[in-house]
Structures are given as C-alpha cells and as structure tokens.
Write a protein that binds this ligand. Structure first.
Ligand code: FE2
Length: 270
C-alpha cells in the first residue's frame, strides 16, 4: 500500500446476499480485507434499491428488513476483524420513477442528508435534472453514481452533467471508469469531468466477487498523484466522500490541468 490519506468509499456492494454484490459473508470479508489493504478506513455500503419501492411502505419495509438482517451480521463480523474501519450504510437508489421518498434514514448515506442515486439501464431518461433538483429541494443531497457510464453522456457533450451539477447534485465517478475498466467512452468522459473539475468524488462500485471487476481505489489515487493531481486525489477519494457521510457539501475539486493528460493516457493505457 502506498502512503497517503485514509481512503473513504461511498459506493460499493459489500453487504452479503442482498443484491448483485457479495454472495456470502466470506466474499464480503474478502472484499473488506481488500479495501483495508488499499487503505480504506471509512465506508458506506450501498446495496441496490429501486425508487419505486419507496412509494410502497410495506414493500420498502420488507426490502429494508432483509438488508437490516444482512447488515447486522456483516457489521458484527467487520468490527471483529477490522476494528479500525468505520462502516456505515446507505443504498444505491435507482431512479426508475421520477420521485423518490427519502424519509427513511436507512436509505441515505450514513443516515445523513446525502443519497446515492443512479438511472435505469445506463440510459438517462427525460426529466433527470428535475428529479435531481427535487431531491435537493426536499433538503437532501443527490450523489449521482457513475455519471460517466451513461450512453447518452459523453466526453464531447457533458450538457447533462452540467445541468445536474447546477442543481447542486454531486458527481461520483467510478474508479474503474478512470482506469479504463468500463471501456474507452466511459474513460474519456471520466477524464473530461476531472479536467473540468466536475467530478466531486471517486467511488469503487466494488461488487465484492472474485473474477468480477477489481477494486481500483488505491490505483486511481496513486495514478492521480503520479501525474501531479495529489490535491484532486485527496479530495476525490478521501475528503469529499467523508464530508458526504458527515452530511456536508463536498469541497470544489480544482480542474486537472490539460498538461497531465498525455501522462495520464500513458498510465491508464496499461
Ligand atoms: Fe453500484
């Protein structure tokens, strides 16, 4: 592990048996060990949740009760093995309907004001900006998961991301996107967002399964430092995710200077 600040992750699927993340406690603990090895000392676990469920109290209750049970055993095992890691919970809420009910604190990051959201099928539907704006109006802070991955968001047209940022929503890029793990389009969009200073957080979106996408938080941190983006790395992977868990606004991330991109290209190609 390289030196640097303790990392904080607000997007992962570590809670066992509740979504397409960890299937067992063994997988969850192996994932947590990997996070620990990479320097993560604080995280919010974010299993998938459909916004539509938040309109049906009984269905929401059943879903959250299932997560509660898995969460309790996960947390007990985690505290035992990794007492120096602070673990909170939240959800990654899919905005499959334009409005989401956020009154149950369990669906929010660390029970605070921030909520991690995504859009269905990696395609941004009409009305996305209104949906995010409504979340802010209700007093919460929308954190958009992997904005760079949507097929109708591209490095040559970031107008949707621009609109989202103007609502006060926070952009949480995946570490894997920056490292090329989601293909060249997502990678160039992620880079362009960093170049403009439009990424506020980098999350792992780690699915805790051997053979699936690797955990790249520390690699993303180290590569940003290597190209002169130490301040950005610290804000994106440590300070800002921590602030969101504390219910605070992220600090503006300075745009990465254009000059670093040839070096980044060489590094991220490997
Ligand atoms: Fe996710």
């Amino acid at each position: 592990m390289s030196t640097g600040p303790a990392l904080v992750d607000i997007h992962n699927h570590l809670i066992p048996g509740v979504d397409d993340g960890a299937r067992s406690m063994d997988e969850a603990m192996a994932a947590l060990a990997a996070m620990h090895e990479q320097g993560v000392r604080r995280l919010a676990a974010t299993p998938h949740l459909d916004a539509e469920l938040t309109h049906r109290p009984q269905a929401l209750h059943e879903r959250l009760a299932r997560i509660d049970a898995a969460w309790e055993s996960f947390r007990a095992a985690a505290v035992e093995r990794f007492p120096d890691v602070e673990i909170a919970r939240g959800n990654e809420i899919m905005l499959d309907v334009p409005r989401v009910v956020l009154t149950d604190a369990r669906v929010r990051l660390g029970g605070g004001t921030a909520v991690l959201v995504e859009f269905p099928r990696l395609f941004v539907p009409a009305g996305s900006t209104d949906a995010l704006y409504r979340i802010q109006l209700e007093g919460y802070r929308a954190v958009v998961a992997h904005p760079e991955r949507y097929v109708n968001v591209g490095s040559s047209d970031l107008s949707l991301v621009d609109q989202w940022c103007r609502t006060g929503a926070v952009m949480a890029v995946n570490a894997g996107s920056l490292m090329g793990g989601f293909g060249p389009a997502a990678q160039s969009t992620a880079r362009e967002m960093l170049r403009r200073g439009w990424a506020h957080v980098i999350g792992s979106d780690y699915h805790a399964r051997a053979g699936r996408r690797p955990l790249l938080l520390r690699a993303a941190y180290d590569d940003l430092v290597r190209v002169g983006g130490e301040e950005q790395a610290r804000l994106l992977l440590s300070v800002n995710p921590g602030r969101l868990m504390d219910g605070e606004a992220p600090i503006a991330v300075p745009p990465l200077p254009v000059g670093v991109w040839s070096r980044l290209r060489a590094i991220f190609k490997r």
